[in-house]
Design a protein around this ligand. Structure first.
Ligand code: ADP
Length: 542
């Protein structure tokens, strides 16, 4: 007969994170730069109290458990309060990416059937323009105080500070099972409509335990964490939950993503850990180089969302004494999957070899299983050479998309296909070679566009690089390297190709180099390969 353990039922609800922070780290600071143009200093206890006020206010607006409440907002204390308040009263916090096209935002809000929309001052015009298309939103809450409310608006706006002002900061959370939904985030949908991933309380809490681990983000109460990555990009990689779990100080730059602001906030608030996509760090390194500034006392930068080029890792570590850690994951994975921290064996390797490992996306986090398969679904060896489709499984990985979009997405053994192509070496380090849609198929073999890009960007004079496959009569496809020159640089195609000689396999060598003024990016900072392929459709190789 099966018996069970004799331990307590303690549902893993996300509000337990903020309660823990308030009780044990109540005065630990939360610092935000706001849309109103000032800095707000608050703490975990106040954020908890105000989140409870949000919960009460939503109850009075008639929001019920399971309803979706949208947010169009930057990382600030008010966004975090709303986030915890929404899921703490049983509703679902739906973070919407404001960088999407208006049509996509309308589609997402309608698909999610958001009943209330919380938004920042930055987005008043956007929301006014969108409102006629938003079919389900009953209340518009502007995340500001009375003094900053617009004098007139085509919408009936609720002022956030007034809405929560009179509510009970000690109100009880709503009891709900740990499997209940707490958040919703849509993938950016490079092909077809965006699809929603509805996180459960349980997934978020387990992910927080995982994120805090020493080998993962290593978030402790003494840490000062600046998630540059926005909350609408896969929960700011789980940081606002993980920081509450440990009582870390949280620093947020609101609408500011420019290097001078981020650098000065890092120095002023003594940030020890910061996280963002590579494009943010490209700008930061250029800023540091131009001004001679540094980032002291920053200890660690976590880079994910796209692959970090070797030159970026080297610059942070060698010029600025900051440890770089690669992370890989996706919206469907809450989002963390692997982390690039060095193993005991790797720490004994020569520096060059350590950087080789840091260029990989890292080892699986406990809670995430990884597997490589070929096109027939046969498992591939973990030899660092064989590459194939990367599958994942675990308690914070999606089982189906919101409302069942896309149908059955797991195979019979419960594996989810990430759409990435990767290798895994005997030490467990996984390396993404491409999105499966972006690999270049040349003469029956695969060429990794990511690897060529990341080496090309190390060539002096190159500011940004993208590689796409273009038609070739004999080889099917050959790589075309698209480059943005650094300001003032006159670097030539021949010089770039010469730089690549010996750094990549001969048959990977791009057949041509084209210079452009800009490269299109998605709303989460990835190179938009689809748009780039369209731009160079019909390209004739010499
Ligand atoms: P989006 O909505 O922009 O698709 P995601 O963050 O969910 O947002 O994107 C996930 C994808 O981003 C992954 O499947 C992978 O292709 C890419 N990615 C994430 N992190 C990395 C990384 N460290 N290196 C390379 N690619 C990455």
């Amino acid at each position: 007969m099966m018996t069970s353990g004799t331990m307590q039922e303690w549902p893993l609800n996300v509000w337990r994170l903020i309660d823990h922070a308030a009780q044990n780290h109540g005065e630990r600071e939360i610092v935000s730069l706001t849309c109103e143009g000032h800095e707000v200093r608050t703490d975990w206890r106040q954020v908890q109290g105000r989140a409870k006020q949000v919960a009460e206010a939503l109850r009075k607006l008639g929001v019920k458990a399971g309803d979706r409440v949208g947010t169009l907002a930057w990382n600030t204390h008010r966004h975090i309060e709303s986030w915890y308040g929404i899921s703490g009263m049983g509703a679902v916090a739906h973070t919407i990416n404001p960088r999407l096209f208006e049509e996509q935002i309308a589609y997402i809000a309608n698909h999610a059937e958001d009943r209330v929309l919380f938004f920042d001052l930055t987005f008043v015009k956007l929301v006014e323009a969108l409102a006629p298309k938003l079919k389900t939103i009953e209340h518009y809450v502007l995340l500001t105080d009375r003094a900053h409310m617009p004098a007139d608006s085509s919408l009936k706006l609720i002022c956030y500070e007034e809405m929560i002002g009179g509510e009970d900061a000690d109100a009880a959370w709503t009891a709900m099972p740990e499997t209940a939904p707490s958040g919703l985030c849509y993938t950016s949908g490079t092909t077809g409509n965006p699809k929603g991933v509805q996180y459960s309380h349980r997934a978020n809490v387990l992910h927080s335990y995982g994120a805090c681990m020493g080998d993962v983000l290593d978030i402790r109460s003494r840490a000062v964490v600046l998630p540059v990555v926005p909350m609408y990009h896969a929960n700011a990689w789980g940081v606002p939950y993980a920081a509450a779990a440990t009582g870390a100080k949280l620093v947020m730059c609101g609408p500011h993503f420019d290097a001078p602001t981020i650098a000065s906030v890092i120095r002023k608030e003594e940030v020890t850990l910061t996280l963002a996509v590579p494009t943010i760090w490209l700008g930061m390194l250029q800023h540091l180089e131009a001004t001679g500034a540094d980032l002291k006392p920053l200890e660690r930068v976590v880079i994910g969302g796209s692959a970090a080029p070797r030159s970026m890792i080297e610059a942070f570590e060698e010029k600025y004494g900051v440890d770089v850690c690669h992370a890989w994951g996706m919206t469907e994975m809450t989002p963390l999957g692997t982390i690039g921290s060095l193993s005991a064996d790797a720490l004994k390797l020569p520096r060059e070899k350590q950087i080789d490992l840091k260029c990989k996306q890292g080892r699986g986090i406990f809670g995430v299983e990884l597997k490589l398969v070929d096109d027939e679904g046969r498992e591939l060896p973990r030899d660092g050479v064989a590459f194939g489709r990367l599958l994942v499984r675990g308690p914070w990985i999606v089982a189906s998309y919101f409302k069942g979009d896309g149908g059955e997405i797991l195979d019979k053994d419960g594996w989810f296909d990430t759409g990435d192509v990767a290798t895994i070496d005997p030490g467990g380090y996984m390396q993404i070679t491409d999105r499966s849609k972006d690999v270049i198929k040349s003469g029956g073999e695969w060429i990794s566009s990511i690897e060529i890009e990341n080496i090309a960007i190390g060539c002096p004079g190159v500011a940004e690089a993208a590689v796409i496959g273009v038609r070739h009569p004999k080889w099917d496809e050959r790589p075309l390297l698209v480059v943005i020159r650094k300001e003032g640089s006159v670097v030539t195609a021949a010089e770039i190709l010469e730089y690549l000689q010996g750094r990549i396999a001969k048959w990977w060598m791009p057949d041509a180099v084209e210079f452009v003024d800009s490269i299109p990016h998605t709303a989460t900072g990835k190179i938009q390969k689809v748009a780039l392929r369209e731009q160079f459709a019909g390209y004739q190789l010499a």
